[in-house]
Design a protein around this ligand. Sequence first.
Ligand SMILES: [Zn+2]
Length: 270
Amino acid sequence: MPHLDPDELSLLALYDDWVDDDGREHLRVCPACAADYAALRRTVSAVKSSPDPSGLSIPGPQVWAGIHRELGLSASLEQDPLAAAAPEAGQAQPVKGPAAVRRLPLGGPNGAQGAEARSVKGRGRAGRRAAWWQRPGTWMTAAAAAVLVIFGALWVANREPRELAGAELAPVAQHSATGSAKVVQQPDGSRRLEVRLDKDEARGYQEVWLIAPDLSRLVSVGVMNAETGTFDVPAGLDLAEYPIVDVSDEPMDGNPAHSSDSIARGTLSS
Ligand SMILES: [Zn+2]
């Protein structure tokens, strides 16, 4: 099941009544998304509990008159731009908060369409209230939502393992096994080498190495007892200095050095 995208997480965290049954079900079953959701909720409550914007009021026309006079603005700008924002009874407009957030250039390929559908739901539910720019809390909410969407995107991006480099492994000498290797960075920054061969041709056992281009230096990353294996790359090891992935056939002779009998080999490129 794919994880929730950052937009979905943000909207669920921001609006208790956001209609997204699939998303809420996913939060119940996915610890990773639930953890991000919990973090976003903490941010939302922190933002919502800081200054209460409901006490803000629209300044009277004398404020704009003073600004207009001090700045020497032209007569065409004389009318108070906030006069139109004063609430007028009986004139309701759809709430567009979430839709406004949608204009951020974020979100995956499916984000925009799903979001449009959801924001329509949101409008329907919001019903007859003052226009969004007339409600004092809207700007803070929109700003908080924008922050959440951005942080959500970063969190999700950081949570996914990221492929740093890959190599095709070709058979060496009399061998015929082929395969591939890739280096994947984990969310915690550590790197893993994932190796796959189509068969195990070792007479002893397979050992996986990272080797310098001139073959003068090499690092063993571990034993591979099957056709696939995942190995920790030593922290701090510069893969540019050890770009060759090599799988060797090691005899059970207790000698830790490379046997010089390579089964398959390839060079990492990013
Ligand atoms: Zn998930």
